[in-house]
Design a protein around this ligand. Structure first.
Ligand code: C2E
Ligand code: MG
Ligand code: MG
Ligand code: MG
Length: 282
């Protein structure tokens, strides 16, 4: 197809991994309506303290509840929305949904836990990003510590000055910044020299085949050691087995996230989990 026309198509996978192909035109036509019709939903995946097993925070993950395709995972629509810029609107919407959910928790008298949101690298081109996040949390009377921001290495390679300035401003207000998928990119270590992240999320690629074999474990142990020296905490992503969780705890990794502990779940289920947690604590 000719450059600039809209015949490119994107493979989209729903939760049963059925592939559906939507053309760029179909996606473009449906995304604005989808936002208005509230087809985008926030799922929450718990993060646990590896020592105690207690749920200590969560990550917000978008799902597209598509009227014909069912629940669609973000891996395939996010790249497209980054390509056409719609991700900026979608992420702002997701952040507001997270605030709404937190307000609801407070109304029910539940003590909430910090929730991290994924911030697309594209958003760091927006000079109003910090202001809009600060304004949002103030409108919902949320403490800045309750909403954490997950950034990726690509945000740094794109635009290091802008990223550093934004991080500094957000951190001065009390927001914590997490580096997502750490180790999966091309400039990780170089970047850490300059970027004062609060929490490193260790990429799940270091854990293979549900086990802890090969070279991954030694790399993980080294990264955790380094993180401690640099004053950062670590969350291991993609823990699928008990053995992996125990290994990560044994090397001093503080937190874990993965199917072994819990899958991403709708807001209602997450509320239920927090209620149960409260009862356990008494
Ligand atoms: P991520 O931020 O690294 O999120 C973690 C992904 O790993 C999620 O995929 C989660 O469901 C998956 N995961 C969690 N535990 C396990 C496990 O034990 N095993 C395996 N195999 N996977 C696990 P998900 O929800 O499909 O999201 C994919 C990516 O899409 C996210 O990766 C993030 O980069 C992006 N994304 C998701 N929601 C948003 C959003 O609201 N805004 C933006 N900008 N990006 C988002
Ligand atoms: Mg993330
Ligand atoms: Mg990640
Ligand atoms: Mg990822």
């Amino acid at each position: 197809t000719v450059k600039g026309n809209s015949n490119r198509s994107y493979a989209v996978y729903n939760d049963e991994l059925h592939q559906v192909v939507l053309s760029e035109q179909q996606l473009t036509n449906s995304m604005e309506d989808a936002l208005l019709q509230r087809q985008f939903e926030v799922y929450y995946q718990p993060v646990v303290d590896l020592k105690t097993g207690e749920v200590v925070s969560a990550e917000a993950l978008v799902r597209w509840n598509h009227p014909e395709k069912g629940m669609v995972s973000p891996g395939f629509f996010i790249p497209f929305f980054e390509h056409n810029g719609f991700i900026i609107k979608l992420d702002a919407y997701i952040r507001e949904e997270v605030c709404r959910n937190m307000l609801e928790l407070r109304r029910r008298g539940l003590s909430s836990i910090p929730v991290s949101v994924n911030v697309s690298r594209l958003e760091f081109y927006d000079p109003n990003l910090c202001r809009s996040i600060i304004d949002l949390t103030e409108r919902y009377r949320l403490k800045p510590g309750m909403m954490r921001l997950e950034i990726t290495e690509s945000a740094y390679t794109d635009n290091p000055q802008q990223l550093l300035a934004a991080m500094k401003e957000l951190q001065s207000y009390g927001f914590q910044v997490l580096m997502d998928d750490f180790g999966s990119g091309y400039s990780s270590l170089n970047m850490l020299k300059d970027v004062p992240v609060d929490i490193l999320k260790l990429d799940m690629k270091f854990l293979e085949n549900q086990g802890i074999s090969g070279r991954g474990p030694e790399i993980l142990a080294s990264l955790v050691r380094m993180a401690k020296k640099l004053g950062m905490r670590t969350i291991a992503e993609g823990i699928e087995t008990k053995e992996q969780g125990e290994f990560l705890r044994s090397i001093g990794c503080e937190y874990g996230q993965g199917y072994y502990y819990a899958r991403p779940m709708p807001a209602d289920a997450f509320t239920g989990l927090l209620m149960a947690r409260e009862n356990v604590k008494g």
